[in-house]
Structure formats: C-alpha cells, structure tokens
Ligand binder design. Sequence first.
Ligand SMILES: Nc1ncnc2c1ncn2[C@@H]1O[C@H](COP(=O)(O)OP(=O)(O)OP(=O)(O)O)[C@@H](O)[C@H]1O
Ligand SMILES: [Mg+2]
Length: 428
Amino acid sequence: MDDNNCGCWAVLKRGVCKPSAASRDSANTIPRTSLVYDTATETRYLNASNRELCPPNEAHLSSENPDPPTSDDKSPCQLLQFTFQELKSATGNFRPDSILGEGGFGYVFKGWIVENGTAPAKPGSGVTVAVKSLKPDGLQGHREWVAEVDFLGQLHHPNLVKLIGYCIEDDQRLLVYEFMTRGSLENHLFRRTIPLPWSNRIKIALGAAKGLAFLHGGPEPVIYRDFKTSNILLDSEYNAKLSDFGLAKAGPQGDKTHVSTRVVGTYGYAAPEYVMTGHLTSKSDVYSFGVVLLEVLTGRRSMDKKRPSGEQNLVTWARPYLADRRKLYQLVDPRLELNYSLKGVQKVSQLAHNCLHRDSKSRPTMDEVVKVLTPLQDLNDLAILTYHARLSQHGRRKKKPEGSQQLSNAHSKSIRDSPLNTGKQRCR
Ligand SMILES: Nc1ncnc2c1ncn2[C@@H]1O[C@H](COP(=O)(O)OP(=O)(O)OP(=O)(O)O)[C@@H](O)[C@H]1O
Ligand SMILES: [Mg+2]
C-alpha cells in the first residue's frame, strides 16, 4: 500500500457511542431472507439479515459480529452523536427533494451541519452531509446499523467513506456521512446517458481496490462482503470510497483459513465457494471485485433480467471472452466506442479473469490487484488513435498508382476482430 494512502485503524472506545435504553428494548426481527439457486449460472445466493437488537458497543458480543479489528490505540472513535431533531433540521425536515437515493437500509438525504459540531446549518453553508435513515420496516436492520458504526467508526482511509456520526433515539437509527458529490459508481455506469470515460473507470477501480486492500491488510483483517457498484461512492474528482459496512466481518485469525458464517451480500456478486459453503475469506471480496471490474469494462450489470437468457449473468456470459485474447475487445462497453486503452483492456480483462478464478486460492490478493491497476492510469494507447492511424495509412496506400498495395486480407481481418472495429460493427 502506498504511503499517501495509508489508513488508520483505531480502537472503538466503549461508551463513546451510547445507545438509549429504549433502543435496547425494542425488538426488531423482520427477516430478510431470499434463497435463489441456479447451478447453470453459478448464482445460488442467500440474502439474509438476521436483525438482532444490540447497541453499537455491544455488537462485538454477537457471534456474527465478533470484535471488529483493533490495533494500537492511535486514533479514538470520534463519532458525533446527533439528536433526531438536529438531523431533521439539517435535512429540511427530510424533504423529499433532498433525497440522494434509497437502498435496503432506507432513504439517504442531503443535509448541512455546522463545522465540528452536530447543530444543523443553513442549506449551502457549513459541511454538506449525507444522512441515511433506517426505515422502521426496512430490509436491513439494527444489526447492520451497529456494524456500520463499529467498523466505519474506527477505520479511516482515503478510500473508505467517512462516517461523521450517528443518531440513536427511541427506534430512530440514522447515520451521518461525508457527502460524496458524484454519488455512486452504479449511477455513473448504468443510469447516465453520458458514458463514464475509460480513465475515470480505471481511477475508480484503483481507488476501490485500495480500499479493499486496506481492509484486508490491516492487523486484523476485515472482509467487506458487499462489494458492488452502488457501494462505491465518488467525490468530485472521481476518487472512489467504499460505503456500507453493515455486512463487514472480521476475517480469520491465526492459523484459521476462513470464518464460517451465514451467507449475505448481494445477488450477482458473491463468490461461488462462499455461497455453497458459508466459508468466508478475503478472496470472496476479490471475486466480487472481479465482478465489478467486469461491470466497469462492459457497462453491463452483474445481473440483468432484461437481457437474453444466456447474457443475464455477467460472469457466465463473459467467461468465454475473457479466456480468449482474440475476443477480449468484444467485451468492451460499446458506449465507449474506441475511447479506451488497448493495453488497458487487455490488463483489466486478464485481472478480472484472475479475480473470478473458481479456485479462491488462485485469485490475486487485493495488494496484487492494486499493483496491476496502478500503471494502467498512464496508458495513452487509445484504440481510436490506432484506428485513425490505420485509416490514414490505408488512404495513403489507396492514392498510390496502379499495382500498389491494397489493405491485405490479414490486415482487414485484424481490424474486424480487434478494437479497431467500431462498437456498432462488433458482433455482440
Ligand atoms: N455519502 C453519500 N454521499 C452521497 N450520496 C450517497 C451517500 N451515501 C449514499 N448515497 C446515495 O444514496 C444511494 C443509496 O445508498 P444506500 O447505500 O442506502 O443503498 P444502495 O447501496 O443503493 O443499496 P444497498 O442497501 O443494497 O446497499 C446511493 O446509491 C447513493 O446514490
Ligand atoms: Mg449502499
């Protein structure tokens, strides 16, 4: 991990995040369980949230959430505790037009607070924040709220979203984060009309990889378990930060190779061995990273029911292309047209292929992933430049007198099969 990206691991001070007595009493047991099994598309997936009520500083005691990672006591938990009224005012009474998005946890609102304090500020002044409110009948529960406070309260790194504070009042549960100007990667990849440029895709993949590498490489590793495009948030400069630690889990300790746990996460991203056995390792995150890398490369969603049956599961559809160097360019998001690096596509495809290895031990570590992605930021070998160079070469040849060389069959074939073909011409 490079120096300017080194993060900080801190011990959560017990008692800093004090829950109200009421919170301990109110039962919250709505199950979130859905089991899907599809051997053909390697997507058996159990998505369950066993909601248990325990305050943030007792979460460690739960068997599903043992002690989160600790280190020397370098930086104490400095989370702010907000009142519900403060957050209500900060978001203009949770105005519908301040909604930034909605997930399983509930709505996320934009708001403003004063610097270094919990008091609300006028819209446009002070510090802009994102306020996530747990809906009472939400799919994600108090347990995930607790895990979020526990993990994000003590992990600090440029590629993890900053948790500023929380509110726990009666049955209200809210989280206050730094505001991420550009929203989620999911938005940029799948919901916008303007395609995300190749260089930004590489920058985001690298930032997210550094976030995971930090989690895996700490003194007591953390497995993120919910790596997906909607959990990668972007600041104004397209720096990527991981959000949502509700499903994060302390990794195996000592000579243990894995932790055994219930299977949770998001359909389409989970590693097959974790889904089949419940054995969790950091290589499960590496697999999910491979899925996201494929989404970044192809502009296709990990699961897309609107596509023809053979194309709905991205990994299943992409594997034959990843395995064949000559077919790699057929994977590239057609919206990029020829605005991508030729070598970059090769390296990203190869990396995705390795991350998606069926044998988890053969997948790279996230540190290795960071090493592969880092130099890809500086590549300027855009397919469009090579295409124009070939076109002009072709034009010059055409002008030559009779008998001059025409574009050889081999040459035109290489244009058909390679990125020098336009997206439209490509066979998909
Ligand atoms: N800190 C933030 N700054 C700006 N926008 C945010 C922030 N956190 C969340 N959002 C927006 O709110 C949306 C919903 O986020 P949320 O994490 O609740 O759900 P999700 O990731 O889409 O789904 P899931 O519940 O499965 O994690 C995000 O996609 C993003 O657009
Ligand atoms: Mg999320």
